[in-house]
Design a protein around this ligand. Structure first.
Ligand code: SAH
Length: 463
């Protein structure tokens, strides 16, 4: 079909919707245009950059009338930085957008019509919430040092030391490291040539304990002037762990497999809801502690345990949800693919005196069917918290065969969530309730917790 929009056209449109990456969506004579950095309600002059059959992309030229939902981002580099996609949108509007994103996926992909959607759980203060930050280290065009964050969709580094969603103490850490790198001529890593020494600075900060970890990712075995490095970092109150991570591969995966402790413990400890968690540099740990507590409380609430249940926590990481559940269940089994995380999970059970949680290393889609077949283990409740790609179909088949009373699905991707829920609900489960939790304020990502129950097959009783 012919459309009236061509490349380089400059058009006035009204932004009516938001796409899955936070970009504004408007129409010109029925033709859809995606425009980055716009907000629902903006009237904008845009320049068409690329056109396809049914939609195209345009760039914001001038705001004719700014939307009432537009706010000035606190962070001066919010528009360029790849970390926050929607800091220019009023936080309440962000929450509405995320809730709708989940709702739309469940309707469009999952085919669900009437379901209970509880109101999204937002943050009280959506700033300085991340307990983990990763700063790439590189050089500017003039050869000077650059430490900061990647610009959206590229690997060019925006030089900064203040991130408005990271821990405040990062400013002191980066300021010291900047001086250290310059003083001792530590060569920043160059992605193009795979040369240079220092690739990334990873920091982790315990929300309740204030314990700090600094891990320097190296394209080499060692760091020169270690003593000066340790001496300087040690001065920062809360410093608990200083280590190197060795990554000599020519990829954009941030961390390598090997960790070399330099000073302090090779981990930090934090707590959620009174349970202590030991966190190593390589282990997965939710990035927003305040919201994680709310998310886990919600999962526990949906599981509705009374002390007699056998619960499986699949994709358990360092056993975070498992140990939460263990307080209310008879027995919890956790399954996780990363051996180091399972080591942490076992230690975590121990330091909290939790004896009714057992952990297995392996892929959930292999461990669960094996345990079911060989040991006839059962499940009253199954909790899953998979990565973005969702669950393997074979795992869903095992869940269907095991027929637990409840499935609690924690998801960081509403599209794969909707796909998996559709599969389960076509095979014996019922969607009971859904609630989104904002774990990632100012980004387009959203976490969701869902309760499914097994459909009860009512036997016909003859009188
Ligand atoms: N529930 C945990 C971790 C969730 S993140 C928490 O809240 O902290 C998802 C976890 O799934 C990661 O730790 C990842 O290593 C693990 N994982 C990825 N694929 C897996 C698979 N096929 N089987 C088991 N675990 C897997």
């Amino acid at each position: 079909m012919q459309h009236a929009v061509n490349k380089n056209d400059v058009l006035e449109i009204t932004i009516e919707d938001i796409g899955s990456e936070g970009e504004g969506i408007g129409k010109y004579q029925g033709y859809t245009l995606f425009v980055k950095d716009t907000v629902v309600g903006d009237v904008a002059l845009v320049k068409v950059m690329k056109t396809g059959k049914t939609y195209g992309y345009a760039r914001l030229m001038e705001l004719k009338r700014p939307s009432e939902y537009r706010v000035t981002p606190r962070c001066p580099i919010a528009a360029q930085c790849g970390g926050c996609q929607i800091q220019h949108m009023d936080y309440q509007k962000q929450l509405e957008y995320k809730e709708n994103k989940v709702k739309n996926c469940l309707t469009r992909i999952g085919g669900f019509q009437d379901f209970v959607m509880e109101p999204i759980v937002g943050m009280e203060e959506p700033y300085y919430y991340r307990n983990k930050s990763q700063f790439p280290v590189g050089k500017k065009k003039d050869g000077s040092l650059s430490i900061g964050f990647y610009a959206g969709r590229t690997h060019s580094i925006i030089d900064t030391e203040h991130c408005y969603i990271g821990a405040k103490v990062n400013v002191d850490i980066i300021r010291f490291l900047r001086e250290f790198i310059i003083k001792y001529h530590i060569e920043p890593y160059d992605e193009e040539t795979n040369q240079g020494l220092l690739r990334h600075i990873l920091t982790r900060v315990g929300y309740h304990t204030g314990e700090i970890m600094v891990c320097l990712v190296m394209n080499g075995k060692d760091m020169p002037h270690k003593e000066e490095l340790i001496q300087g970092l040690q001065m920062i109150p809360g410093m608990k762990s200083i280590c190197l991570n060795i990554n000599k591969s020519n990829t954009n995966v941030i961390l390598g497999d090997k960790v070399v402790p330099l000073w302090g413990e090779p981990y930090i400890t934090d707590s959620i809801g009174g349970i202590l968690y030991r966190i190593s540099p390589l282990s997965f740990y939710q990035v927003n502690p305040e919201q994680t507590k709310k998310l886990y409380d919600l999962a526990l609430d949906y599981a509705d345990l009374h002390g007699e249940e056998v619960v499986w926590d699949l994709y358990c990481g360092i056993g975070t949800i498992s140990l939460f559940l263990a307080q209310k269940a008879k027995q919890v089994y956790g399954v996780e693919i990363i051996p180091q995380a399972i080591e942490d999970a076992k230690v975590n059970a121990k330091i909290n005196d939790i004896t009714n949680a057992e952990f297995f290393v392996g892929a959930a889609e292999e461990v669960l069917p094996r345990k079911y077949k060989e040991e006839k283990i059962k499940a009253d409740v199954i909790v899953v918290d998979p990565p973005r790609k969702g669950c393997e179909q074979s795992l869903l088949d095992t869940i269907i065969t095991m027929a637990p009373e409840k499935v609690v699905y924690v998801s960081c991707d509403p599209a794969t969530l909707a796909r998996d829920l559709k599969y389960l609900c076509e095979r014996g489960f019922e969607l009971k309730k859904v609630r989104a939790v904002d774990q990632f304020g100012h980004s387009v990502h959203v976490e969701t917790c869902v309760l499914l129950t097994r459909k009860i097959c009512r036997a016909i009783t003859l009188k």
